[in-house]
Design a protein around this ligand. Structure first.
Ligand code: FES
Length: 128
């Protein structure tokens, strides 16, 4: 029998955002996906990471600076590299990520399942 606590748990549903066809993402680039409030980072080997745009310091929205090739938080100056790792504090940890899957050449991201991490590991990135 379910306890009252279990019954009151909200049902977690997937929230899939379609980011586009895989060819749209070139190695070494970052593409903003405004509808999902995340960035799609395409790493040098073509694998894909969906990065939250929320700074892990105090939650400001972090823009990608294409010229400087890094994310630069406007609030307190934290910077993050292409894989979301911290280059400059005060951010305490890398940008959070969302699961990415590639179905029939279309990149899809589950924005209902944010994942915190301590560092970048290659297996976090999705490949065809
Ligand atoms: S909120 Fe980004 S550095 Fe403080």
């Amino acid at each position: 029998m379910n306890s009252r606590k279990e019954r009151n748990q909200p049902v977690k549903t997937e929230s899939i955002v379609t980011a586009g066809p895989i060819e749209r993402f070139a190695p070494g680039t970052v593409t903003a996906v405004p509808s999902g409030q995340f960035y799609l980072a395409c790493l040098a080997d073509g694998s894909l990471l969906a990065l939250s745009r929320t700074c892990t310091h105090l939650g400001c929205s972090v823009p990608w600076d294409e010229e400087k090739n890094k994310f630069i938080c406007p609030c307190h100056g934290s910077t993050f590299n292409l894989t979301g790792e911290v280059l400059t504090a005060p951010a305490p940890r890398p940008l959070d990520i969302y699961p990415v899957r590639i179905e029939n050449g279309i990149v899809k991201v589950d924005t209902s399942s944010v994942q915190k991490r301590d560092s970048f590991e290659p297996e976090q990135a999705a490949r065809i």
